[in-house]
Design a protein around this ligand. Sequence first.
Ligand SMILES: Nc1ncnc2c1ncn2[C@@H]1O[C@H](COP(=O)(O)OP(=O)(O)OP(=O)(O)O)[C@@H](O)[C@H]1O
Length: 604
Amino acid sequence: MERNENGLLGHNSDPNASFIEAEGSILSSDLFLDYVGEVILSHDSAGLSWKFVESLQNEEDKSSCLGMKFVPKNETEVKFSDIYAVDLIGWGPVHASAGKFNFGQSSEPEMYRFAVHVVLKSKNNPSLWIPSVYTFGHKNLEICKTWVTQINSYLDAVAKRPKSLMVFVHPKSGKGQGHNIWEAVAPLFSQAKVKTKVIVTERAGQARDVLTSITNKELSSFDGVVAVGGDGFFNEILNGLLLSRHKAPYPPTPGDSKHPIESECNVSIHSAERTVAEPRNSNEDQSPLLLDSEHIVPQSPNSEQEPSYGFPNKLFRFGIIPAGSTDAIVICTTGARDPVTSALHIVLGKKVGLDIAQVVRWKKTRDSNVEPCLRYAASFAGYGFYGDVITESEKYRWMGPKRYDYAGTKVFLQHRSYEAEVNYLVAESEKEKSVSPETDAEGGGGGGRKLWRLRKKSDRVSCRANCTVCNDTVTGAPNLQGLKWLKSKGRFLSIGAAVISCRNEKAPDGLVADAHLCDGFLHLILIKDCPHPLYLWHLIQLARSGGTPLDFNFVEHHKTRAFTFKSLGKEGVWNVDGELFIAHELSAQVFRGLVSLFATGPEA
Ligand SMILES: Nc1ncnc2c1ncn2[C@@H]1O[C@H](COP(=O)(O)OP(=O)(O)OP(=O)(O)O)[C@@H](O)[C@H]1O
């Protein structure tokens, strides 16, 4: 080992050498790492790594020219994919490892420094990301500059990182902290050199109007749109972009005579019977969706092919920085409800595909004419209990997020049920599981036969980062052949269609624990009228981690790609992503991976 005139250790005999050609790496040099000591820093195409100089020296040669000593540490590294910024921070002190400083020096040594900003994962919760910084120092400014240039060139080459974003801030979201939350995370964007055009909304509907009216050319100067707010605000932004740009045929209408229902089930209180007709000729096109199946997201949801709805570029993504009352979409897509974690997902350019439900209202009230009205939903659409809670909670907006607890309790005590008819498409693979009678071995509420449970708990695969279910590539038009229509008709306490699990702080496993972000399925949850205590038991199971809210004989759970709904009474109030949607008749279908989010899915 040789030392150059700057006191650097090296494998190179040239005393002026700034960098050392190290085996297996492009660049290597001897630097000081703040609060650690002298290291040999190298990089390769994957990232930076450093070795502590002490481990390279003889036992007796334990001090550097600057008199810094340090405790031996293991070799360590950081991947470029975890670095979100690097910058030169000029001349200043570099600290030794804690408690090990100042061997003959009155003050900390000063030198030029550069900071490498990285993301670390919390040890207790790997979904929680924490910004951290490694500060390296050297007496030679050129060496620091070269490292900064080199690291920046790697970061620039990562095409997935956004350079310019449109940010909508809902200042009154949740507890009214939307603006403060944005102010807290905005420095991460400037550090990462991501330009932001920030619009703080002054009224509901403003973000949707901006996005509806913006030209595609203007939109294409951005790599994505970020919502600082709750699920309802994200829904507004999603609709602002999709309503004018997503060209696709509507989902099937209720009672569409071209697409007859194959079987019928009249659900009465505490009893459910069902028959399933044999499939027709499998070559026969029975699904309305098949008519235009080429429009239905033909490519792999997480692939980087151009999406079919003509967004400005193939990497255009949505971001959400949670500031709302529930923030279920953020929790499902990042695993945490943390604005900093979400901001780091965005600046690092993470990408996950997200299924989107297209909901079409055919009739607003029983007596109105058929007038299609379109909405997109990213998390959930619900009727009955869910519609009532959203209606009731609007009266208590001044309470903030607590209004949902109050309204929920009030609606629960009313215990209203609604007569309705639901038709849904069942995947061939799910149909058998869906209709095989099972004995209620787990005693889940009533002791009767279980008709509706889709899968055993042990078969369920939770959606996680790099989820194999969501990454399963589907090329070409989805094969909808073999899907059959089934019907449920009767009195329901609620009808819900979950696009994703809808995990939130009140329901830690969500409405459907095994729902996926990007598998192309809706989870239809039909809660038939039942005695009040049993419904309470179901709600308690929902609120429990590891609970079994679907294991009741008054709960039907169907995985479906499309369903239709018709109120048989006067009512028709839906809750779509937390927003009120009046609909007496509607239908919905899911588009697999229709949009992408700046997120990874929850870490295991
Ligand atoms: N400046 C504003 N003033 C009032 N409402 C707004 C404003 N900006 C957006 N909104 C609307 O407020 C609604 C709720 O927003 P958001 O989701 O952020 O809040 P929230 O507290 O989580 O409410 P929710 O639980 O209803 O989703 C959205 O429909 C959004 O369109």
